[in-house]
Design a protein around this ligand. Sequence first.
Ligand SMILES: Nc1ncnc2c1ncn2[C@@H]1O[C@H](COP(=O)(O)OP(=O)(O)OP(=O)(O)O)[C@@H](O)[C@H]1O
Length: 253
Amino acid sequence: MDTHPPAFELYGLRKTFGEKRAVDGVDLTVPRGSFYGLVGPNGAGKTTSLTMAVGLLRPDAGGAQVFGTDVWGAPDRAKAMIGVLPDGMAMPERLTGRELLTYLAQLRGLSPAQVQERVDDLLSGLGLDEAENTLIIEYSAGMRKKIGLAGALIHAPRLLVLDEPFEAVDPVSATVIKDLLRSFVDGGGSVVVSSHVMALVEQVCDHVGVIARGRVLAQGTVGEVRGDHAGLEEAFVDLVGAPEPVKGFAWLA
Ligand SMILES: Nc1ncnc2c1ncn2[C@@H]1O[C@H](COP(=O)(O)OP(=O)(O)OP(=O)(O)O)[C@@H](O)[C@H]1O
């Protein structure tokens, strides 16, 4: 038995929606203590892969392990170790930010003292203290991301899986989130983020996986995937293929 399994291992993941093969055999290894960026064009299969890997969508084939625990075989044990920020997460809109976090903390079985401490810390750390009594329905897109991230952190997981955590977030809040995630990694945690923003991945991540058309095209340290290219963006375009020049739109000129 491997006594030091990786933080997260996705193996042979497949998913077809009708005729559409969304995920076509995805294998990824997220080393312990890494800050891992999953990048790929729109529709590449990032969200579908991550949703299956954290146990929210049943794969047609394949599976995932969190620190050696099978996500679909031992879901309670696996999910206790993961904090998830899903893409476009449905939220209880009629709760306030504080009520939502308190509810999530109680669901995780935290003591009243732990609930109080963690909810206070997360609301102030993520700059949501002024909006703590505002209903979620009134939150902006960026505030929703932040309260979702707070919910993913409340039970102090060992692995964070965050789908587009920086989308719609203002630059100051993005810096706060980056700092928080970095200190989580410095403290021994592991993070997976999906993103389209190559510069951001290059700045914050130490490992990267490139996925397109449901398959992994490259993975490794940022340096390994970048190779001889000037940056990750150039490596990405080389791997995924440059887009066709835009034609038409004469009427727009
Ligand atoms: N529930 C669904 N039903 C049908 N097709 C789906 C469903 N979910 C995803 N797909 C399709 O599967 C493919 C992969 O989608 P997915 O959302 O995983 O891509 P992505 O890499 O996360 O894209 P983006 O960067 O645009 O968020 C796409 O072609 C998408 O249209």
